[in-house]
Write a protein that binds this ligand. Sequence first.
Ligand SMILES: [Zn+2]
Length: 236
Amino acid sequence: MAYKDPEKRKASRDRYRAKHRKALNAKAVARYAAHPEKERARSAAYDAANPEKKKASRAAWRKAHPDEVKTYNAAYMPGYRADHKEELKAQKAADHAAHRKERNAASVAWAKAHPEKVKASSAAWRKAHPEQAKTRNAAWAKEHPEERRTGCARRRARKKGLPSTLTAEQWRAILEAYKHRCTYCGSKTKQLTQDHVVPLTKGGGTTRENIVPACQPCNSKKFTNPPSKPVQLVLT
Ligand SMILES: [Zn+2]
């Protein structure tokens, strides 16, 4: 029976195929056995014309045959990997680059949630790679002069059990307030040190109220003596 309506025609064809699946399959197998080259070319042409269908049918087959997929992969993947080393490497790198942002955000979030673990793992890394750690530290210090200076001063103050709350941001604000000049001689230098108005030895803390910028010569000269001139604290 012939249908004019394409929908009806398709439905009728599907019904027929479902009813005679076994016979049709046997016929296809016989056809393939008789003319393998021709059938392969026909199927390749069909796949080329219907890439989405091929993809879907392949995915469906893989899903329905997990064991065959596993066996196939075990047998062929090592060889495939060896033959497509560069290609796979490039693909992996591209994937990696494409998801950098997500990955970074995820690791930042994780690090924030696990500060102790981060601390322990970076300590372990530093212990295992002392030379690299040194180089990295030096590079970081060069990039972050204010952070480094506040970090050093805070560490010294902490060792003495003195208050040490000065942040790099506060130190930058102090430098701004003093117009990046030495408090004592007024010289403008990039190498301004953090001078404790009340020295560490006299119990002065590394705090916003007790720190002024001083050039290295003035800081050394002053050392643990009281300031050579009264210090105006602009940021108290
Ligand atoms: Zn000076």
